[in-house]
Every structure is written in C-alpha cells, then in structure tokens.
Design a binder for this molecule. Structure first.
Ligand code: PLP
Ligand code: COI
Length: 341
C-alpha cells in the first residue's frame, strides 16, 4: 500500500488531520452503530454540556507498524476500560468496549496510508473522546453525547526526543483528594494550562505536581506518571489515588519484573527522597519513557545523577524492552498486542 508523502522522522507531537475518523451518537438512552466519516468538524448546540460545563473525557493510545508489516495497537482494551471509568465519574454514557475497539480498527484500516512505517520513529496516535453534545443550562448531565475517535501521525512528545528534561515543582496543584485526578477528564488539562505556560516561560519542559493535601508526596506531571530508579538499580513508582492510572506505567511494572528481573515498589514517594534516586523518568503513551535530568524546586535544584546528556542505563533498558514489545521485536505478554491488519 502506498504511504502518504510525509517526512515521518521529522514529525513532532502536533495535530495533522488524516482522511477518516469514527463518530457515534448517544440519544434516548442508547448508542447508534457509529460510522466512519471524512468530516473532521463537529457541530453541536451552543449550550452543549461540553461547552458549558466541560463534560468531556478522552484517551490516548498508539498504533505501530511491526517489522513483518502488521499494524498493531498496544493494549487498547485498557484504554476502553479507563474511558468507561472516566465516563462514570462524569455521568456520561459508557462507550461499550466492542464499539471502542471497532472504532479503532475501522479508523486505522481506513487510514492505513497514514500509519508510519516500521523504524521511522513515528507512530499513529489515536485520540478517542466522549463529550456532552446536547444542551444544558442548569448544571446537569447533557441529554445527548458524541463519541469520536481520530488518528494523527506523531513523533516524540518532547522536543529533542529522549534528551533529559528539566522540570520544575509546580506551586499549583493538579488534583484534589476525592477529585478527578484519577480519570482522563478534559478539565484536568484545562486547569494545567496556566501552570504549564508558567513552566515553559521559565525554561522547563513539564511540571512535577505534589499531592494537594500535604504537598510532601510526588504525584505526576501534566501528562505522564513518574518512574524512579534507586541506587541499587531497582524501580520505584508513586502510588496515589489522585494520579492517572497510566497504562504505560502499569505495563512497565510488569516488564521490569518479568523481563528485566527488577524489584518494583509501587508506593507513596516523598519529594524528600527524590534526591536519592539515580534515574528519574516520565512515562506515558505520548512520553513513552522520557528521562528527567534536573528538578527545580522552591529553593534549589536536584541534579539527577544520570545527568543532562543521556538517559540512564536502567530506564534505557526499560524503554528498549517496552518499545521492542510494542513494535513486535520482543514477544509480548498474552493479550497486549491487538493486530488490526
Ligand atoms: N498521566 C497523565 C496526567 C496523562 O495525561 C497521561 C497520558 O495519558 C499519563 C499519565 C500516561 O498514561 P498512559 O500511559 O495510559 O498513556
Ligand atoms: C497521552 O500520553 O496519550 C496523553 O494523553 C498525554 C497528553 C498530555 C498528550
């Protein structure tokens, strides 16, 4: 099949409209079948729940070309289930897992020419999202909903690929106890724009958020969970009820244990202990594993021992193993890879 004329290796992480997307509507208590469309625009009521009260959630996953030319998705069932958890918390109808996966398959097949080739360093990013499309004026769940899923080819999320990042501890909080930090609600990202703008202007790539209740524990960044490597080479990752349950992080915990034989501690991590780790990384679909070289906080800077030149050895090994599994070079655990074509 003829691929689109795209310079795959120079792609960053930005929206490029492709030919087809999926749309389904929920009305009178049920979903329609949904269909593929070439229309990238959305027409909704001026009083739609999403526009007035931010009733929306989304997902993010990636599709890869493997060495043998297959096109595969990484654990999309986990995204389908997380989107159901988000929908429940925002009083939106759940998208059935069957429809979510069908939308994925249909969009990828229809846009096969947009799936970056094996070895190009790029992937097809998939953005499923769900929003209140029907009108509300009092604060209430919308009477109608739309589920969409589009695709866009992407390169690295952070400029410079896998060069260590400088991040800062934010003075703002990301998520309140008993709030919405554990779901992928659009509102969590709207409120992060102000602090990320501040961080970017100050020369940092991301914010490290601390727990809102005590400001002593590490939570996550605006778009990724944290991984820490101890001096003995084993892994620590923050456990908190107010961070997004990253599918990448949960996968890496299993990869670290089963493929690399590492010990993994999933537990609350205080900011105080961060200075004692030998490597720090961010993990997520977009971030994959991105190394952190420096963390600036009120009153100082932590220079991570792995430095500002390259990713440390443990995170490098983890990244290689994860991407090897995703690209089909390393045998995946049962059920992790969905072959689309
Ligand atoms: N944390 C936040 C706030 C995110 O937006 C994301 C991205 O999806 C992640 C973590 C990583 O999650 P995942 O690995 O499922 O992409
Ligand atoms: C992802 O990793 O898929 C996300 O949704 C993170 C987002 C900040 C781009």
């Amino acid at each position: 099949m003829e691929k689109k004329d795209v310079n795959w290796s120079s792609l960053g992480f930005s929206y490029i409209p492709v030919d087809y997307r999926f749309v389904a509507h929920w009305k009178d208590g049920k979903w329609d079948e949904g269909h593929i469309t070439s229309d990238s625009t959305v027409t909704i009521s001026e009083s739609a729940g999403v526009l007035q009260y931010a009733q929306t959630c989304f997902e993010g996953l990636k599709v890869y070309t493997t060495k043998d030319g297959s096109i595969v998705a990484f654990r999309p069932d986990m995204n389908a289930r997380r989107m159901q958890d988000s929908a429940e918390r925002l009083i939106m109808p759940k998208v059935p897992e069957e429809m979510f996966l069908r939308a994925l398959d249909e969009v990828v097949k229809a846009n096969a020419a947009w799936v970056p080739p094996y070895g190009s360093g790029a992937t097809l990013y998939i953005r499923p999202f769900l929003f209140g499309s029907g009108p509300v004026i009092g604060v209430a769940p919308a009477p109608e909903y739309e589920f969409r899923l589009f695709a866009t080819p992407v390169g690295p999320y952070f400029k410079g690929g896998i060069k260590p990042l400088r991040i800062m501890v934010s003075d703002y909080d990301r998520a309140a106890p008993h709030g919405t930090g554990h779901i992928k609600a659009g509102l969590n990202y709207a409120m992060s724009l102000y602090p990320i703008e501040h961080a970017h202007k100050a020369g940092f790539s991301e914010n490290m958020y601390l727990d809102a209740a005590t400001r002593t524990y590490v939570e996550e960044t605006g778009g990724a969970n944290f991984l820490f490597v101890k001096k003995d080479g084993n892994l620590v990752t923050p456990k908190s009820g107010t961070i997004l349950p990253s599918i990448t992080r949960r996968s890496l915990v299993q990869v670290a244990k089963d493929y690399l034989g590492l010990d993994v501690e999933e537990r609350p991590v205080t900011f105080d202990e961060v200075k004692d780790f030998s490597e720090v990384g961010l993990c997520g679909t977009a971030a994959v594993i991105s190394p952190v070289g420096s963390i600036t906080f009120n009153g100082g800077e932590i220079r991570v021992p792995s430095g500002m030149d390259e990713m440390g050895p443990v995170l490098t090994k983890l990244r290689e193993t994860l991407t090897g599994i995703q690209m089909g070079d390393i045998k995946a655990p049962e059920g992790w890879i969905r072959k689309i074509m």
